[in-house]
Design a protein around this ligand. Structure first.
Ligand code: FAD
Ligand code: PYC
Length: 405
């Protein structure tokens, strides 16, 4: 089917690396690419390389269920995710590339009294932070999602929901491609199929990275943005991170006619679903309980996920699943990211986004770029230092995480 589509123009170059860069970003996922883009655009730093062991955006960026929202509980995270939301709202225009950001609203369902208390608390906190949010009752939910079973005849009847109208979905690949294309236009080098296999550290400061393909490439500063592989890079640097890498899987159905024009998430029966523009139901649920680096998931998780979705939407019971896959999520003990300096001078880490970093992509790149450019953490990044696990200033967002873990 690709006959007659042979001479497509390259959207970014495939450059020969320089010997030295001002900044090297390890990891060409959405966050790494966004960081490179904002380094160039906002700070004029264009002598930058993004080193990616596979293909750009092929990690969790390509594997997630694309849910975007900013309804987090605590001020620190609410500000960060809302910063991202505001960037999402202008991103297609900024990149001149359609990332298909669709603000179709996100429902987080409550099925117990405690769920509803948590929802009420979170929505109130959101509104105090200027973030849109409402608490809906089952009748209001039914008006938004008529096909969902909002009756009392279920195992865990729906008692209400939080509703963030500005939440929604975006086209994940387009986000990676748009940032890559934008960064390339500023002269950033993207080195694909190139793995960082070691770090070059002298007198406590990083001075370069060792790659499997080009040997050592020198750098003034290095940002590690490798999601599930963060522990591996940290080990090269000689310190530990409190991160666990788990498989998280997602699946899509065969395409069906438009039936669901919003995003539904339930932590209690534990599943989430939206419908892509192509018509597939995009579905996910929990992490696999064990640690691992295999980009696939286990069968019990698929079964559990489908139970939850069919419980919410009995009408989907005979829709066939088309594909299933997994990513490796980097979960932190307080369900919040690490955006931080490290014990190694000029080495910065951006990781720990776990099950929920897609929504943060532009915001994460924006604040990380500012931190790499100046050498000082951006004010919004400061609370997310890795050293919070020493001083105890944790920001517990387990309640707002879309995936229980
Ligand atoms: P990645 O996209 O994983 O990029 C990291 C890159 O680093 C990879 O491309 C990898 O190849 C590269 N790399 C690793 N090691 C090296 C090395 N040594 N040298 C060179 N390159 C290296 N978040 C949401 O907000 N909403 C959702 O609906 C959502 N659903 C999800 C569903 C699933 C199934 C999964 C797996 C995740 C989901 N997430 C969701 C989380 C989200 O996908 C991630 O938090 C986010 O995409 C992380 O982006 P990233 O750029 O940091 O990581
Ligand atoms: O963080 O909103 C989220 C999410 C949804 C699915 C996976 N993560």
């Amino acid at each position: 089917s690709l006959t007659h589509h042979e001479n497509w123009q390259r959207v970014w170059r495939n450059p020969t690396p320089k010997k030295e860069y001002d900044v090297i970003i390890i990891g060409g996922g959405g966050h790494g690419l966004a960081t490179a883009y904002y380094l160039a655009k906002e700070h004029g730093i264009t002598n930058v390389a993004v080193i990616e062991k596979g293909y750009l955006g092929g990690g969790n960026t390509a594997r997630n269920t694309t849910i975007v929202r900013s309804n987090y509980l605590w001020d620190e995270s609410a500000h960060l995710y809302e910063h991202a939301m505001k960037l999402w709202e202008g991103l297609s225009q900024d990149l001149n590339y359609n990332v298909m950001f669709s603000q179709r609203g996100v429902l987080n369902l409550g099925h117990t009294l405690q769920d509803m208390r948590d929802i009420q608390r979170r929505v109130s906190a959101n509104r105090l932070n200027g973030i849109d949010g409402e608490v809906l009752d089952p009748q209001q939910i039914k008006e938004i999602v008529p096909h969902m079973d909002c009756s009392d005849n279920t195992r865990y009847p729906i008692m209400g929901a939080s509703w963030q109208p500005r939440g929604g979905v975006a086209r994940h690949d387009a986000v990676a491609w748009g940032f890559a294309r934008g960064a390339d236009a500023y002269g950033v080098d993207m080195l694909q199929e190139t793995e960082v296999v070691d770090l070059v550290i002298e007198d406590g400061a990083i001075v370069g990275v060792k790659t499997n393909k080009y040997g050592v490439i020198k750098a003034g500063r290095v940002g590690s943005v490798v999601a599930g592989n963060s522990g591996v890079i940290a080990k090269m640097a000689g310190f530990d991170l409190p991160i666990e890498s788990h498989p998280l899987q997602a699946m899509v159905s065969e395409p069906i006619k438009p039936i669901l024009d919003t995003v539904v998430m339930s932590n209690h029966v534990h599943g989430y679903v939206s419908q892509s523009d192509k018509g597939d139901l995009v579905i996910g649920a929990g992490i696999d309980g064990w640690n691992g680096y295999g980009q696939r998931g286990s069968f019990p998780t698929i079964e559990h996920t489908m139970q939850a979705i069919v419980e919410l939407f009995p009408i989907f019971s005979r829709v066939r699943l088309n594909r299933q896959w997994g990513g490796i999520v980097d979960t932190c003990p307080d369900a919040c990211p690490i955006i931080s300096k490290t014990p190694v001078e000029n080495l910065f880490f951006n990781c720990g986004w776990g099950t929920g970093g897609f929504k943060a992509t532009p915001g994460s790149g924006h604040v990380f770029a500012a931190s790499l450019a100046t050498g000082e953490m951006h004010p919004m990044a400061k609370p997310f230092s890795m050293f919070r696990f020493h001083d105890g200033a944790l920001i517990d967002e387990h309640g707002a995480a879309g995936v229980a873990h």
